[in-house]
Design a protein around this ligand. Structure first.
Ligand code: C2E
Ligand code: MG
Ligand code: MG
Ligand code: MG
Length: 284
C-alpha cells in the first residue's frame, strides 16, 4: 500500500480524477500529522562520500525517509515534491538539518574530527523568510562545528530572483558551512550562475555517470567540469557511481570525491558508523 502510494505520487499529483484526489489528500493529511506529531516518523539516512584517491570515507550525505505508520516506508521522491508543494518541506528540512548536525557533532567528538555531513536544502526552504537566521539557530543549538556541514542547493534556484538567492547563499556561507551545487548538469546550468555563487563543491548528477563508459559526450562533460572546478577552486563530487570501471575512469579524470552504490547505499546512523566509519581513521 505504501509502495503504491509512493509510485503513483506523480500521477496523483497531476491527475484530478476523484480517486487520485482522495489518495493525494490521504498522503497530505498523513504528512501534516507527521510534521505536527511528537512521534518522529521522518528518519535521516546517511550515504558515504569517498575520497577518489584514498578511498576513505571523508563525509556523507543526509537523506530523508518517511516511515509512515499508515502509509509505510517512503523515499524522498515519494513525498518531497508534495512536501514542497504544501510548504511542509521547511519543517521537514529543519528537522533533517538538526538531526544531521547532532550526528555530525557526535562523530566529530568520537574519533572523526574532520568528518563532514552534507544536507540538502530545498529551494522552497532556501527562499523562506528568515532562512539564514533559522539555520544559524539550528547550527548554534546543536553545537556542531559549522565548517563540517555542507549545504547542498540545486540549480532550480536559478528560475528565481538571482540577487535574492545570491544574498541568501552568501549569508549562509558566512555562518561557516560549505556550499555545494547539487545535481549539476540537469537543470538550468549556466556558467554565469556558477561564476556568481560562492561554491565549495559541485556534485555531478548521476545521469552523466550512467553511460559514462560508453558515451564520449558524458566523458567530455566530466572532463570539462573537472577543468572548470580547478579554475574556480571547487571540489568535484560525482554521484551515482555503481561499478568499479566507472569509479576507475572517474578517478583517472581527476574527480575528487565519489558517492554511489559502488561504495555504499544510504543507511541509518548506527549502520553507517559500523560500515564506513569504524574502518576509517583520520589521516595522520
Ligand atoms: P540527491 O540530493 O541528488 O541525493 C542523491 C540521491 O541519489 C539519493 O537518493 C541517493 O540514494 C541516490 N544515489 C546515490 N548513489 C546512487 C547510485 O549509485 N545508484 C542509484 N540508483 N542511486 C544513487 P534518495 O535518497 O532517494 O534522494 C533523492 C532526492 O531527494 C535527493 O537527491 C534530494 O534531491 C532529495 N532529498 C533527500 N533528502 C532530502 C532532504 O532532507 N531535504 C530535501 N529538500 N531534499 C531531500
Ligand atoms: Mg543532494
Ligand atoms: Mg544530487
Ligand atoms: Mg538528485
Amino acid at each position: 500500500e505504501a509502495k503504491k502510494a509512493g509510485k503513483n505520487q506523480y500521477s496523483i499529483y497531476d491527475n484530478t480524477s476523484s480517486e487520485n484526489v482522495s489518495k493525494r489528500l490521504d498522503i497530505e493529511n498523513n504528512m501534516r500529522q507527521a510534521v505536527a506529531s511528537e512521534i518522529q516518523e521522518f528518519l535521516v539516512y546517511y550515504q558515504p562520500v569517498v575520497d577518489a584517491v584514498t578511498k576513505k570515507c571523508t563525509s556523507c550525505e543526509a537523506l530523508v525517509r518517511w516511515d509512515s505508520k499508515s502509509l509505510g516506508f517512503m523515499g524522498p521522491s515519494d513525498f518531497v515534491p508534495l512536501a514542497e508543494y504544501l510548504g511542509l518541506i521547511t519543517s521537514i528540512g529543519d528537522y533533517v538539518l538538526e538531526e544531521a548536525c547532532n550526528q555530525c557533532r557526535y562523530w566529530n567528538e568520537h574519533g572523526y574530527p574532520d568528518f563532514h555531513v552534507n544536507v540538502n536544502l530545498s529551494v522552497v526552504q532556501l527562499l523562506q523568510k528568515d532562512v539564514v537566521k533559522n539555520i544559524e539557530k539550528i547550527l548554534l543549538k546543536t553545537g556542531v562545528n559549522p565548517k563540517n556541514i555542507n549545504l547542498e542547493i540545486t540549480e532550480s534556484f536559478a528560475i528565481n530572483d538571482m540577487n535574492r538567492v545570491l544574498e541568501i547563499i552568501k549569508g549562509l556561507k558566512k555562518l561557516g558551512p560549505r556550499i555545494a551545487l547539487d545535481d549539476f548538469g540537469t537543470g538550468y546550468s549556466s556558467l554565469n550562475y556558477i561564476k556568481q555563487l560562492p561554491l565549495d563543491l559541485i556534485k555531478v548528477d548521476k545521469t552523466f555517470i550512467d553511460d559514462i563508459l560508453e558515451d564520449e559526450y558524458a566523458q567530455a562533460f566530466v572532463r570539462l567540469i573537472v577543468e572548470l572546478s580547478k579554475t574556480i577552486g571547487t571540489k568535484l563530487v560525482v554521484e551515482g557511481v555503481e561499478h568499479q570501471e566507472q569509479y576507475e575512469l572517474l578517478r583517472g579524470l581527476g574527480v575528487h570525491y565519489i558517492q554511489g552504490f559502488y561504495f555504499g547505499k544510504p543507511a541509518a546512523a548506527k549502520d553507517f558508523e559500523q560500515k564506513y566509519l569504524a574502518s576509517w581513521k583520520p589521516e595522520q
